[in-house]
Ligand binder design. Sequence first.
Ligand code: F58
Length: 853
Amino acid sequence: MPELDQKNGQPLNADESPNADRRALGPTQPPTHPLATAPVGAPPFSVDGFVKEFIHELNTNQGVALSRSSVNDQYLALASTVKNYLMARWLETGRKTRDAKVKAVGYLSAEYLLGRQLGNALLATDLNDIAKKGLELCGLDLVTLRNQEVEPGLGNGGLGRLAACFIDSLATMDVPCIGYGIRYEYGIFRQTFVDGRQVEQPDTWLALGSPWEFPHPEASVQVNFGGRTETYTDADGTERTRWVPEWNVLGVPYNYMVPGYLNGRVNTLRLWSAQATKAFDLAIFNAGDYAQAVRAQTFAENISKVLYPEDSTPQGKELRLQQQYFFVACSLRDFIENELEDDFDLHDLDQRIIFQLNDTHPVIAVPELMRILMDEKGFSWDEAWEVTSKCFAYTCHTLLPEALEVWSTDLLGRLLPRHLEIIYAINEQFLAEVREAYPGDELRARRMSIIAEFPERGVRMAYLSTYAATKVNGVAALHSQLLRDKVLPDFSELWPDKFTNVTNGVTPRRFVKMANPKLSELINDTIGAGWVTDLERLKELEPFAEDPEFRERFAEAKAWNKRRLTQVLRNRDGIDLPDGHLLDVMVKRLHEYKRQSLKLLHIVSLYEQVLSGKLTVDQVTPRTVVFGAKAAPGYKMAKDTIHLINKVAEVVNADPKLEGRLKVAFPANYNVTLAEKLIPAADLSEQISLAGMEASGTGNMKCALNGALTIGTDDGANVEIRELVGDKHFFLFGMSEPEVADLGAKGYSPGAYYEGNAQLKAAIDLILSGHFSGGDQHLFDSVVYNLLHSDRFMALADFQSYVDAQARVEERYADRDAWTRSAILNVARTGFFSSDRSMRDYIQRIWHTQPML
Ligand code: F58
């Protein structure tokens, strides 16, 4: 890496700073012309006005006449029309918030799994009907245009989708929030199947244009890496440290609108894209090495090139750490330099911001803020810590020990030498506090140290987060309890008040109102429209479970959703869904702890019982099982499981002996867009992780809110779902978390379950026989032998209980009226799981911010 023309790691002065252009923007004198301060005119709220605006956008932005325009042109013009409508509100929100000088939330997340934007923007602005009618006048169809959008898949799964739900809720609740993250050029891979095996394709979500983003290259931020630190004595005679970095990149902000629902607020999501700095190229260009200059540029831009497609286990890769520091450094710089007044006293920073750490991915923000305050703003250590220790809160999203990030000190020291020094100093201060609280307990101090010594020296990011945060929360009641008791017991003993629970939630706008229009209409007709922003009002539906007319309309909405899904899967995947089947849905990342293999064993077992004559075909409840799941590209067991599911599906779907009563559908590339069609159609929601493993789950909430009944273990938020909907309307099975712990302690032997359960044995033997692999008896050895000899997540131990629960499902389903009643009660009783409620909990117990209302 070339040595760059650095000013000893000090911030560049205003003229050289990449922010200089931005500061130079805008009038230096207050504007006098009335138009200069008036909000941008919103397009007229009429069909005619809409058509005019749309055609204008098509002509001027896309440069085409309607008669010559492609669907993509039309989609882009429609997006611009809606954006224009939101623009005045966005600018006004920014002005109002800055003027009010209130405390904001800075949501720091490496992932935002946003889903398509157009539908949500139309919903938030109430422009759906106008757009539909306006487009019809142009001879166009709104649904076709909406389908043109490629969703930004800038997240892996639950954690990223949660971030998207939270920013939606904050905007809807009129709470100032900036979401900060990374604008990955390639989001989560596009999954395809080749002969049943997962094959990953790059996700080129930007290829056809990206109308929802506003790049601001003039507001780019410089981010430094590498190099060394040195000490010097400042003009006041104080000894100080500075970072002399070795290389740098630019972070270019891309702003996205986050519209509140019908309330005129539009918050901002600011995603950073990495670019080579000019200095970076120039130094090499001057040396005459063109090829090297281009390589250098690629090197810099790699930082935001691709989302790490891992789920549950962090990747200890240098590029990942670069991503984390990159977006955090940009975000802190942005907030301090651009969101606060020029003369703001940073000693009061906590009055204006709380940074929420979405897992440990952004926790490098803690030493970064310390560095800024001490090395750039001249704060003493104590002053800097006083501020820093009030500005962060931390959410943990896992319980798997291997999912907790630990960065090797070698790597950290190489990439961020000043930050490692600060982390060491934080640890020293922290351990002094531990020793003061527990004099003489050296073992405890070693256990709690932020620096791990084995297997290599590393920084335990969860410990750093916990020490620095004002509050630490888990994401469901059980998870928060286990976090206190099992993951961070020493910390919760020392600071019991630091720990709290905020049960996750999902946005009712996207996942009910938008995804399930028929159910929404029925709810509106029954209790009015207020539920969309006050989801607990769904309770008012309870008495209607006893109303036959309501039940009929409810069942008709479900049937409509199934017909819609049938169409979607036919067009998208060539899959045919049979009529009248129980739709049994398991959609989530593929992971052993989530136990897709248990679901698979159930399918194979049903099939085997028909083959062997233990069941007659008419004893089988007509059922279609739909899987949606991506496996991390490097996670072999998960990929082998996908292969096995697809092979079982092939055989089962083609076997005439089943007379079409059992079908397995596995559409590839499950994403938010497909979820919006699948979940509203679900009858049965599979939430079957081993108890104590799923932190919360949010698909479980989406399914229940859309009237699916859950078959689930006592895990994550299932516990709370069951408590709310009642045992009668939830199919519980499996060991509880303490039972799992007991069995683990006694020594679990999956082979004993196989030998001891004839039904289970027959199912596994059928796989081993080569029945699903064209006679190859070893194709699925990895999956089957893992279950038989290791089965870390105890699928075999829970098999019988699962099968029994499925029998109860079938019994209830046979009584359609009883089923519909239960489904209605699931909807009526799960209003708690709105992300608006989660946000209220964060606001009251963690952030202490105010809505601006
Ligand atoms: C998920 N975590 C939890 N992590 O598994 C789920 O129970 C919870 O409902 C959800 O968070 C929201 O709280 C999750 O999605 C990741 O995807 C990480 C991405 C980066 C690498 C490590 C896993």
